[in-house]
Design a protein around this ligand. Structure first.
Ligand code: FES
Length: 140
């Protein structure tokens, strides 16, 4: 493989990697069940069909939360609060597959699945329990 072809190959790979980062969209197909739990229709949220896809919603019990498709596995989801564990500022997607706590926050960074990468926060974004069925995700 000559240098130009190799460069083209690497650029194409970088472009594909960049496309896999999907900006969060508002969740649709959300309903409150009789038991107070929240059910998200997975078919109505096509962003969650792709690894790296994110939907956000605001729940009275938790505030702003994210549902992230973390793997192709049928169980490959993470759900967590978007309030920074340092001082409660809402984190934003950083464009590189993670979350950042921008001002007035203090710069903590988190992985796409909410894991802590850089402080001053000392813990991950708070995970929220959920259960999965084939077509829905239910938040406790
Ligand atoms: S509130 Fe997020 S780093 Fe301080």
């Amino acid at each position: 493989m000559d240098a130009l072809t190799r460069r083209g190959f690497l650029c194409a790979g970088a472009a594909i990697a960049a496309l896999s980062i999907t900006p969060a969209v508002a969740a649709t197909g959300v309903k409150t069940l009789a038991n107070g739990k929240t059910e998200i229709d997975l078919k109505a949220n096509s962003a969650l069909n792709t690894v790296g896809g994110v939907v956000e919603l605001d729940l009275k019990k938790y505030g702003k939360i994210a549902v992230v498709r973390t793997s192709k596995s049928s169980a490959g989801f993470s759900v967590f609060k978007l309030a920074c564990p340092h001082a409660g500022v809402i984190v934003k997607q950083d464009g590189s597959g993670g979350w950042v706590c921008k001002p007035p926050g203090h710069g903590s960074e988190f992985a796409l699945n909410g894991a802590l990468k850089v402080g001053p926060a000392s813990s991950a974004l708070k995970p929220i329990k959920f259960t999965l069925k084939s077509q829905s995700l239910t938040i406790s």
